[in-house]
Design a protein around this ligand. Structure first.
Ligand code: SF4
Ligand code: SF4
Length: 463
């Protein structure tokens, strides 16, 4: 396998670009651009620290060979001398599968079960001891990071020239049959819910992604994309749903009226712990006192990872410094502001302040919703898919098919203009193009063996 390291870096990047591979961990950054860098360490982020999501830990087990190949292709493209696969100790099946396959220059790093071990800045610190300065990329300290699913897609792109047409995601929470499954891109999330047997509560609310960083979903027709990590179902009155439904006015009013400046949000902020300035308690104070703060304090909101610890765990009076940071970030970005502070000394107590996931699950009242969600294979295909033209960072892909055209799964249906940042888009099912919109392409399946659509996947709990 190590002969992969001698492969032509340009060929690897071209195949990865043609396959439309993006960072599957959430950001959707085009992977071929990342592979253009020169790095010392290639790190696989297999932490998957969002409670309830069970994708990477199972893929690292079931597709261990592909993962290692993907890492070696990443190392070959970037010239990285060392490869590290960072996994939590509790992913024992994946560790057992990967260990005998490890080639020279590749090692496992076993992470503690803490949140947010999957924030790449924290993963790097835990796995290498290196600290990414605030507002800098991992590459600034010689590290490139990809997640498990991304590197499996890289390996398939290079070896098989296989484009990204599917996404593996977990459906968990208040569902009859929690599971993890691969679906064609563009499949409506309501079909993922139907495959999980529907809801077990009569007042369901939905989160696209994990409980900490996922967003509220009001429309189950939203499609599976290259970065969809999961679909969570919780009762409407669950605290995570109530918090997400809080208006910004309420968030501001609470910050103004009840912040006691206890500093817990700052003491537990993972970015602050490893030496970033980011002091959420001072940002809250600035909100209370007409933005009276050092300019760098307000600008440091730009370095917030939005991990949610300050909101979901630290604050004893239910203030959300994260929401304030999000609002501040939006304003600062619109003004073109940048944060330029230096990396400071790390908190000497940092490793003792890391937040165990078990405690987080308990604080978030998620025990009853944290199911195993084993990997399952489905042969059912969606009747129709709606493929967003922008599932990545960069410009939207430009359609190269027309209404009425017959397409096959894997066929390129939208491409990126020469010299622009982005990745092409491929048909995820065989069928006929039925709409070419400004933001998406819809394809109707040509087979009869499709999932039913339109019926409510939510059912009342059985007695
Ligand atoms: S969300 Fe809160 S805890 Fe997380 S990085 Fe931002 S300020 Fe720190
Ligand atoms: S934890 Fe809450 S109360 Fe304490 S300083 Fe932060 S926002 Fe204020």
């Amino acid at each position: 396998m190590t002969r992969i390291l001698d492969l032509d870096a340009g060929l690897i990047r071209r195949r990865v670009a043609a396959a439309g591979v993006v960072g599957a961990g959430g950001a959707g950054f085009p992977t071929h651009v990342k592979l253009n860098a020169s790095a010392e360490i290639y790190l696989v982020n297999g932490a998957e620290c969002e409670p309830l999501l069970k994708v990477d830990q199972q893929m690292a087990d079931e597709q261990a060979e592909w993962l290692i190949k993907g890492l070696l292709y990443g190392m070959a493209a970037t010239g990285a001398a060392e490869g590290i696969i960072a996994l939590k100790a509790k992913y024992q099946a994946a560790i057992d599968r990967l260990t005998p396959l490890l080639p020279e220059r590749v090692r496992l790093h076993i992470l503690p079960d803490i949140y947010p071990a999957g924030d790449e800045v924290i993963t790097i610190w835990l796995a290498t001891g290196r600290r990414v300065p605030p507002a800098q990329l991992p590459l600034s300290i010689g590290v490139v990071v990809s997640n498990v699913q991304t590197l499996i897609n890289v390996a398939r792109a290079v070896e098989l020239e296989q484009p990204v047409t599917q996404r593996t995601l977990t459906v968990n929470g208040a569902v009859r049959q929690p599971l993890t499954l691969s679906l064609p891109l563009g499949t409506p999330l309501r079909e993922a819910l139907a495959l999980a047997g529907g809801c077990t509560v009569s007042n369901p609310a939905f989160i696209n992604g994990g409980p900490m960083m996922g967003h509220l979903l009001d429309d189950l027709d939203e499609p599976v994309t290259k970065t969809t990590g999961g679909l969570l179902v919780l009762p409407e009155d669950h605290l995570l749903i109530r918090r997400r439904r809080q208006s910004m006015d309420t968030v501001l009013a609470m910050a103004r009226s009840v912040c006691e400046q206890c500093t817990l949000c700052t003491e537990l902020c993972p970015r602050h712990m490893i030496g970033h300035e980011l002091p959420p308690h001072l940002i809250v104070r600035a909100t209370n006192y007409q933005h009276i703060a050092q300019p760098s304090v307000l600008l440091s909101a730009l370095t917030c990872s939005e991990c949610g610890i300050c909101e979901a765990y630290a604050c004893p009076v239910e203030i959300s410094p994260m929401r304030l940071n999000q609002a501040l970030k939006g304003r600062l970005r619109a003004e073109g502001a940048r944060y330029e502070g230096e990396l400071r000394a790390a908190d000497p107590m940092a490793e003792y302040r890391l937040l165990p996931v078990s405690r987080l699950i308990s604080r978030l009242e998620l025990q009853a919703f944290n199911h195993k969600a084993p990997m399952q294979v489905t042969d059912d295909a969606p009747r129709e898919v709606s493929l967003p033209l922008r599932q990545h960072i960069g410009v939207a892909a430009e359609p190269c098919v027309g209404v009425g055209q017959t397409v096959v799964a894997g066929q390129c249906i939208a491409s990126i203009p020469e010299g622009q940042l982005g990745v092409p888009l491929h048909a995820s099912i065989d069928g006929q193009v039925i709409e070419v919109g400004i933001s998406h392409i819809r394809i109707a399946a040509s087979t009869a063996d499709t999932l039913s659509q339109g019926e409510s996947p939510c059912i009342t709990p059985s007695a």
